[in-house]
Design a protein around this ligand. Structure first.
Ligand code: BG6
Length: 509
């Protein structure tokens, strides 16, 4: 394979992953085309893939290997972000793609797959290692796992070779179905071979939270209830449901973003330092934090959670549908396209510090960030002069602009002690001048290397479902007054009221 090496950081590119075949279930689906294939191509571009490597796509649609290659070529060209498409690299990369069709519930598929894996493994020298990637609709997860076991594909036959399985979200639709899915997976694969993906953990800026907290001496001493007043975690999207109305109508924002991505981000912000930087040590701390979150009683849900659904609006002169008018959506849908939660952590570090989490579709802009607001100075000796106090605010910007900023007060030039807030800014791109790898690149490579640090474990998934379950239950039994926010606005007033109850307000990200 002809590859070009990006030599910005030679250490990063010095250990290619072990030989292996990646078997993608759902190879004809959206995720494969938008995320998985561009990420694999990009890893090939950076010479991170082993020489003994193959991708075996599996899906119901009949297609030849060449047909699959052509289709994937189009997808990579279309969805490759911030890097060029290289025809000469594709000529080599395309040749390692193979395809098998069949019905996920049909035992014959797995016999066919077994033969194909054997043949591809021989020709591509994959060393008997295989990573199965479940990227189908969730109802196909259990049949796929059972099919793999029945055909004996869950165990490698060569000594020292491995089998692993990556499971996409949604991981269950409530706590019980997640437990059932865990049980199903663990009856076939050991927990150490199960990789539950949460792509937010793969984002460079989310990983940087750990570097920021535990690689510096000055932040951790103030990272607690004595100095921090509250934390706001925002994941706003400007887009609507983008053709995913059918899926989204059943999911809603609380399941789609909060239960997984944002609680994992919160755990990263609030966890204790791990004893060592090793997968289970890091995951133990995240799990422990998630387990320390206070479980809401049904009577507490109204005061600590807010649901919203966008209605129609005209944005920049263009009329925009409300959620209920989106294709595939029931005109009376009770789905939350916005969810906000007040989370309390019951441990010595955080008791009494609210963590406010919000996520929504059709908000004014796409922005994900974490704002840590510190307590004000104990004496406001300049208050009279400035008229207003600006407590220190640390913002960890996850996307689209990646960086960290710290707000503090400064004296305005001139006579008197008049203060004004100013910010100290770190910008990822400007400081490193290099492209950050996409979350799927990082996570796929980690799975190939057997590093589960950024994957969620059974106890983490269960603990995060336990946080949202009381809210889901109360919301399910209630008729919401939807739509309650206009597309293009910052969400429903119920969400502002939730913070106002504690004398706080959402900041404008
Ligand atoms: C997915 C959700 O997990 O994350 C989508 O299903 C959402 O609804 C997406 O749009 C957001 O991811 P990102 O990386 O664009 O912030």
């Amino acid at each position: 394979m002809t590859v070009r090496l990006d030599l910005e950081d030679p250490i990063r590119y010095s250990h290619p992953a072990p030989p292996c075949a990646v078997v993608i279930f759902g190879a004809n689906g959206d995720l494969t085309k938008r995320k998985l294939m561009p990420a694999l191509y990009r890893l090939a571009y950076e010479r991170r893939l082993p020489t003994g490597f193959a991708v075996l796509g599996v899906s119901r649609t009949a297609m030849t290997d060449d047909g699959f290659r052509e289709k994937m070529r189009g997808s990579v060209k279309e969805f490759l972000e911030d890097s060029p498409f290289d025809e000469s690299l594709w000529r080599g990369f395309g040749q390692v793609l193979f395809y098998t069709s069949g019905d996920v519930g049909d035992p014959a598929l797995y016999e066919k797959l077994k033969a194909r894996l054997e043949e591809v493994g021989q020709s591509r020298q994959t060393g008997g290692n295989a990573l199965f990637y479940l990227s189908t609709q969730p109802s196909h997860y259990a049949p796929a796992v059972r099919g793999l076991r029945a055909a004996g594909l869950h165990r490698a036959s060569l000594p020292g070779a491995w089998r692993r399985i990556v499971v996409e979200k949604p991981f269950g639709r409530d706590r019980q179905s997640a437990q059932e899915l865990n049980h199903e997976l663990q009856s076939v694969f050991p927990e150490t071979a199960i990789y539950r993906i949460d792509h937010y953990l793969g984002k460079e800026t989310v990983q940087n939270i750990l570097a920021f907290r535990f690689g510096n001496g000055i932040f951790e001493p103030v990272w607690n209830r004595r100095y921090i007043n509250h934390v706001q975690i925002t994941a706003a999207e400007a887009i609507g449901v983008e053709g995913r109305g059918g899926y989204y109508q059943e999911a809603g924002a609380l399941r789609d973003m909060v239960q997984n991505h944002l609680l994992q981000v919160m755990a990263t912000v609030a966890m204790e330092p791990p004893a060592v930087f090793e997968p289970d040590a890091v995951r133990d701390e995240r799990a422990k934090l998630l387990r320390s979150i206070k479980t809401l009683r049904p009577s507490e849900v109204a005061g600590n959670a807010a649901a919203g659904q966008y209605g129609p609006a005209v944005i920049g002169g263009t009329p925009v549908h409300g959620f209920r008018e989106e294709p595939g959506v029931n005109p009376e849908a009770q789905t939350d396209t916005y969810a906000a939660l007040t989370v309390e952590v019951e441990n010595w570090r955080w008791a009494g510090v609210p963590f406010y989490i919000r996520s929504g579709k059709r908000l004014p802009k796409r922005v994900t960030d974490i704002a840590v607001q510190f307590n004000s100075a104990p004496l406001s000796m300049f208050e009279g002069a400035s008229g207003r106090e600006w407590p220190n605010l640390l913002v960890l910007r996850i996307q689209p602009e990646e960086g960290i900023s710290l707000r503090f007060s400064s004296k305005r030039p001139g006579a008197g002690m008049r203060l004004r807030p100013v910010t100290m800014d770190f910008n990822y791109g400007a400081s490193f001048g290099a492209r950050s790898p996409g979350a799927y690149e990082t996570l796929l490579l980690d799975a190939l290397e057997g590093d589960a640090t950024l994957y969620t474990r059974e106890d983490m998934v269960d603990a995060s479902w336990a946080v949202v379950q009381p809210v889901l239950d109360v919301w399910a039994g209630q008729k919401h007054n939807f739509p309650n926010y206009a597309a293009g606005s910052w969400g429903p007033k119920e969400s502002d009221e939730m913070l106002a109850r504690r004398n706080h307000a959402w900041r404008l990200p």
